[in-house]
Design a protein around this ligand. Structure first.
Ligand code: UGA
Length: 423
């Protein structure tokens, strides 16, 4: 099958390289010429495990190519996948301008029987809107919803082993063409209408964000009553209706999806006349969680001299160099705003938009003369740093472990004051 992909962000590149590995001819259109040049050499302009290998293999097999001209990417394609950003507008709703601009530019290059797929998270009703948009411009395309459920950091694995494939269309032939495209993947296929498919994506992300927020709120109560949130969550997890996943307390959820999609679902509900109080509460509690971590750091600083904090972790979660809506970065910014000096280490992030932030290339070096060590991202390698050396480097002895990475008892034994989340 010939497949066109519009947008070489992480969804576009993972999907494109993944489909090439399934044997399809995939042409990815991307307006940024530098990205196209890099990707054409098999180099990926962001950190995603295993993606360079997959991309290089696709190029070497002659199945995967990158194009500055979107029209070139779609002209022979039986399926065109839209993998473009949908940033939030001022009211929280998703902004569809990038997608419509792209569609505008390629309408007359599309094959008449093409199936156009929305992969990006788009508001309920977008498939119908894009269908009308294309019809108004004389295209005979069928627009279908097929949301992605890829997690940054494990997106390649998620592509090949999806929990489900959701296809939203009222056109049976279009649905079958997508099923054919995914042949080779073992996953249940849910064929439904476009509106339900679009809603499944928001519902999944909003539910996961709610789950994390529940764990965070519970951890806060545990701190007050002397319970250990890790034990409480483990005890809950054995109940098969609950399970263990996605209940790790921390500094609140971040990243390019959950904050945006929870706000978008609130906006969708509002405009439909439903006040989604539960989700509004989740968003509020998530913001409070971040402030609680900042307060923990500030209250661990004794004295009012020149305070220095060592921050381990800047990405929004482990396994990625993405700092969009990163709780770690927001905490760091908030500390700097209070006049506190911050020196950071992150295994994948080497630059940030925060000018005052110094980033070093070694975790122990970051702790030199620090009053507090803050752990803001759950990189597993933090647990194997020699904490005796860290203690000797630091001026103070406080640890604020916003990801519960370290062992509290072991830290106390070496003379550190330890504060986790809910323990
Ligand atoms: C999320 C979803 O998990 C994907 O299924 C979805 O496709 C994607 O959004 C998207 O809409 O594109 P992602 O944003 O990459 O993926 O990251 P997650 O692994 O879901 O983590 C989101 C946030 O929740 C991170 O800040 C993470 O640290 C936090 N989190 C996660 C916790 O605080 N506790 C947990 O137990 C799990």
């Amino acid at each position: 099958m010939i497949v066109g992909v519009i947008g070489a962000g992480y969804v576009g590149v993972v999907t494109g390289a993944g489909l090439a590995a399934l044997g399809h001819t995939v042409r990815v259109g991307e307006i940024d010429p530098e990205k196209v040049a890099l990707l054409s050499e098999g180099r990926v302009p962001f950190y995603e495990a295993d993606l360079e290998r997959l991309t290089s293999e696709g190029i070497a097999n002659g199945l995967l190519s990158f194009h500055v001209d979107n029209r070139e990417a779609v002209s022979e394609a039986e399926i065109v996948i839209l993998a473009l950003p949908t940033p939030p507008a001022a009211d929280g709703s998703a902004d569809l301008a990038a997608i419509e601009r792209a569609l505008e530019g390629l309408t007359d290059a599309l094959r008449q029987d093409v199936v156009v797929v929305t992969k990006s998270t788009v508001p309920v009703g977008s498939v119908a809107r894009f269908q009308q948009f294309l019809e108004d411009r004389g295209a005979r395309a069928t627009v279908v919803s097929n949301p992605e459920f890829l997690r940054e950091g494990s997106a390649v694995g998620d592509f090949f082993h999806p929990d489900r494939i959701v296809i939203g269309s009222r056109n049976q032939q279009a649905t079958e063409r997508l099923i054919e495209m995914y042949r080779g993947l073992q996953a249940p296929v849910l064929a439904t209408d476009p509106e339900s498919s679009e809603m499944i994506k928001y519902a999944s992300n909003a539910y996961l964000a709610t789950r994390i927020t529940f764990a965070n709120a519970l951890a806060n109560v545990c701190e007050h009553v002397g319970a250990d949130a890790e034990a409480v969550i483990e005890g809950m997890g054995y109940d098969r209706r609950i399970g263990f996943h996605f209940l790790n307390p921390g500094p609140g959820y971040g990243g390019s999806c959950f904050p945006k999609d929870t706000r978008a679902l609130v906006a969708i509900a509002d405009s439909a006349g439903y006040d989604f109080k539960l989700l509004k509460g989740v968003i509020d509690v998530n913001e409070m969680q971040l402030r609680r971590i900042v307060d923990k750091v500030v209250s661990s600083l004794d004295g009012d001299g020149d305070a220095k904090v060592a921050a381990w972790g800047l990405s929004f979660k482990a396994g990625t160099d993405d700092t969009r809506e990163s709780p770690a970065l927001k905490i760091v910014q908030s500390l700097i705003d209070r006049g506190i000096q911050v020196v950071a280490y992150d295994p994948a992030v080497t630059t940030t938009p925060i000018d005052e932030l110094e980033i070093v290339s070694d975790p122990v070096e970051a702790t030199k003369d620090a009053d507090v060590l803050l752990i803001a991202t759950e990189w597993p390698q933090f647990a194997s740093v020699d904490m005796g050396r860290v203690r000797d480097e630091m001026r103070g002895n406080a640890i604020v472990d916003a990801r519960n990475v370290l062992d509290p008892e072991a830290m106390r034994r070496i003379g550190m004051r330890y504060a986790g989340v809910g323990r």
